[in-house]
Design a binder for this molecule. Structure first.
Ligand code: GRF
Length: 195
């Protein structure tokens, strides 16, 4: 049986992308076919190349043009898209054509601290400023609105008064690395709503 081919979209460091690549190395059913970025200087591209995965950089204009990315991914046999720190909105045609086959990870307990502008440190600063005692990760399907698709999985972490933004980032990153690859695998095999 042919393996399910995943494309990972990134814009930055790519720690999740690398972790996902390592998880699926040697897997009989699923493989990471390529890593795409809208930024040529994403550190994640180099990490993926060193791990032996093909990478592609596209410009934002090409990305918005209906059909281009879709046609390209299909020509490679990609059937599942994973967003891992990708900071652009996914074009409508791609969301439609990969319906329920694009997932994202967000570093908060959605619907709290999601939406436009809520990425990276902004999320964790907002969590700390609001005095929340809990934060976490959300893995969800992607729709045309930022951070609004159906939730597949959430996991929490406690936030205490002494936490700094960096401290919270590292707590959340541990959760992301522990769960994202496993949840991707389960979603591909069994569909959503895993907890
Ligand atoms: C993660 O915190 C993820 O939740 C968010 O972007 C960050 C990506 O980190 N969507 P990295 O580039 O994988 O290190």
């Amino acid at each position: 049986m042919d393996k399910v081919k995943i494309a990972i979209f990134i814009s930055g460091k790519g720690s999740n992308a690398l972790n996902i690549i390592k998880h699926f190395r040697g897997n009989d059913a699923i493989e990471v076919a390529l890593v795409l970025s809208n930024k040529a200087d994403s550190f994640g591209l180099e990490k993926a190349q060193k791990a032996g995965v093909n990478t592609v950089v596209f410009n934002n204009e090409a990305f918005k043009k209906n059909g281009e990315v879709d046609t390209y991914l299909r020509s490679l046999g990609v059937s599942f898209i994973v967003l891992a720190g990708f900071l652009r909105q996914i074009p409508v045609d791609l969301v439609e054509s990969f319906k329920n086959r694009i997932i994202n990870i967000h570093p908060s307990l959605l619907p709290k601290f999601g939406g436009k502008g809520m990425f990276g440190e902004h999320v964790h600063k907002a969590v700390l400023e609001s005095g929340e005692t809990e934060s976490g990760i959300t893995i969800h399907y992607v729709t045309n609105e930022y951070d609004e698709g159906k939730v597949i999985f959430q996991e929490t972490v406690s936030v205490d008064e002494k936490d700094t933004v960096q401290g919270l980032i590292s707590k959340i990153q541990k959760l992301e690395h522990a769960y994202y690859p496993v949840i991707i695998e389960k979603t591909i095999h069994h569909g959503f709503n895993l907890k």
